[in-house]
Design a protein around this ligand. Structure first.
Ligand code: CS2
Ligand code: MG
Length: 402
C-alpha cells in the first residue's frame, strides 16, 4: 500500500495548527497533527522540504520501519521540530492502518483496557473566589479531577489565568508578551489556595496543579511539602524538565506526586526519571513524543515502575493528537489521566471528530482509524497568523522560564 501523496495544511481557526495528510494508492487518507506552538512553520517546512520526498512511494503499512527510517536516517536525532514531524507521520500511518483494517486504532493497540479515559480539566481565576467558582462550574460538567490555577496576588500574568472571562489560550498573536514572575509570593500563596479549595470541596475531589517549570529544585521541594496536607493528585513540571537531577532533590523532601513530560521528545528524556522512581506521571504526548510508536514504548517502561501516563492535552495539540491520546489512553495498561482542555468551536468545526466528552471521561467513538477529518475548505478560510507564547522576567529584568 504505497503512499502516493502528502500534503501539509496550515490553518488558524482561533489558533494555529499544522496538519499532515497522507494519501495511499488505494485512496485511504491518514491525518497527523504537526503543530509546535510558536514554531509552526519550522515543522511545516521540515515536513515539506525534507520528509515528504522520503515517504512518497513507501509502504504505509511499515509503521515501525518508517519511524526508524526517519529517526535514525536524519543523523541529527531528536529535537522538537524533528520529533514533531516524525510524530505527525507516525500518527497518519496509524490512522491509515486503522482505516484499512476498518477498526478504531485502540483495537490495533491491544483493545480497550478500561471503559473510558478519565479526563481532568482546567479551573482558573484571577482571585481565589473566581477559582473556586470555576471549580464548581467544572464539577457540574462532570469532572472529578480538576487542575486549579490562580493568579498570585499582585501578579495578574501568572501562568494559566484566562483574560476577562475568555478561554485560556497561552499563545498570542503578534510578538511575545513579557510577563512578570516572582517566586516567593507564589510559594506563600499556593498552599493558601489549596487550603481554601479543600475547605470548600472536601477530600473527594482530585486536585492537580501546574507549576510550569518555574521553580528551583529546593523551592519545588518546599512547595511539594507545603501542599502535602491537601493531597494533590499531582504537582506538574515543578522544575525545568531538562534538569533531571532536580527531581531527585524534590523526591528527597516530599511525597506530593510529581508529573512531567509535556516538552519531552523521546524515551531518553524520561528513562532515568522512571527507573529511579523520581516521577509518578509521564506527561509526554503522542505528537511531541514522536508518535504512537515510541509513546507505547515509553508507557511499557513506565508500567514496570508503576509510573502512569497523563498525556499533555492543551489546545495547541489539534483534535488529531487528542484523538490519538484517547485511543492510547483507552488501550495502555498504566493509563493515569488525560488532560482535557476543550478546543474552540471554530477548531472543532475545522476538525470534525468521533471522540467525545461525557461525565468526566473521554470516549474515542467507533470510527475506523483516529476518527478525525479536516474540512479543508473551511480551514482555508483561517490563514496562519504569527503567534508566540509569552516570556517571563523577574522583577529586576532577568529572563526566567515561562
Ligand atoms: C500547559 C500548556 O497544558 C498544560 O499543562 O503546560 O498549556 C502549555 O503551556 C502549552 O501547551 C504550551 O504550548
Ligand atoms: Mg503543563
Amino acid at each position: 500500500m504505497k503512499i502516493t501523496d502528502a500534503r501539509i495544511i496550515v490553518c488558524s481557526p482561533g489558533r494555529n495548527f499544522v496538519t499532515l495528510e497522507l494519501v495511499t494508492e488505494d485512496g485511504i487518507t491518514g491525518l497527523g497533527d504537526a503543530t509546535l506552538n510558536g514554531r509552526e512553520l519550522a515543522v511545516a517546512s521540515y515536513l515539506t522540504e525534507h520528509v515528504v520526498p522520503l515517504i512518497i512511494g513507501r509502504d504505509a503499512r511499515r509503521i515501525e520501519d518508517t519511524w526508524h527510517y526517519l529517526y535514525k536516517g536524519v543523523y541529527w536525532r531528536r529535537g522538537s521540530v524533528t520529533m514533531t514531524s516524525i510524530g505527525a507521520v507516525d500518527m497518519a500511518l496509524w490512522d491509515i492502518a486503522g482505516k484499512s483494517a476498518n477498526k478504531p486504532i485502540y483495537q490495533l493497540l491491544g483493545g480497550a483496557s478500561r471503559e473510558a479515559v478519565r479526563a481532568y480539566c482546567h479551573a482558573n481565576g484571577a482571585t481565589v473566589d473566581e477559582t473556586l467558582q470555576s471549580i464548581a462550574d467544572h464539577q457540574r460538567q462532570g469532572y472529578t479531577a480538576i487542575r486549579a490555577q490562580c493568579a498570585t496576588p499582585g501578579q495578574p500574568d501568572t501562568y494559566g489565568i484566562a483574560k476577562g472571562g475568555q478561554r485560556y489560550e497561552p499563545a498570542e498573536r503578534g510578538l511575545p508578551r513579557e510577563t512578570l514572575w516572582s517566586t516567593e509570593p507564589y510559594l506563600q500563596f499556593a498552599p493558601q489556595l489549596f487550603e481554601r479549595i479543600r475547605r470548600e470541596f472536601g477530600p473527594g475531589l482530585d486536585l492537580l496543579h501546574d507549576v510550569h517549570h518555574r521553580l528551583r529544585p529546593i523551592e519545588a521541594a518546599r512547595l511539594g511539602r507545603s501542599l502535602e496536607p491537601f493531597h494533590l493528585f499531582w504537582m506538574e513540571d515543578p522544575v525545568t524538565a531538562e534538569l533531571q537531577e532536580g527531581f531527585r532533590v524534590i523526591r528527597q523532601h516530599t511525597t506530593t506526586p510529581v508529573a512531567v513530560g509535556e516538552v519531552f521528545d523521546s524515551i531518553f528524556d524520561c528513562y532515568r526519571l522512571i527507573q529511579e522512581q523520581l516521577i509518578d506521571y509521564l506527561r509526554a504526548t503522542v505528537l511531541h513524543g514522536g508518535g504512537l510508536t515510541p509513546l507505547r514504548k515509553m508507557a511499557a517502561l513506565a508500567e514496570m515502575y508503576h509510573v502512569r501516563t497523563g498525556c499533555h492535552g492543551a489546545t495547541d495539540l489539534s483534535p488529531v493528537t487528542m484523538a490519538a491520546a484517547v485511543h492510547f489512553g483507552l488501550s495502555v495498561h498504566n493509563f493515569g489521566i488525560q488532560e482535557h482542555m476543550p478546543h474552540s468551536e471554530e477548531t472543532d468545526r475545522v476538525f470534525p471528530h468521533a471522540y467525545s466528552y461525557r461525565d468526566g471521561s473521554l470516549y474515542p467513538g467507533d470510527e475506523p482509524g483516529l476518527g478525525v477529518t479536516i474540512d479543508e475548505a473551511l480551514a482555508a478560510t483561517y490563514p496562519y497568523q504569527r503567534a508566540y507564547l509569552p516570556v517571563a522576567r523577574l522583577g529586576d529584568g532577568t529572563i526566567h522560564s515561562w
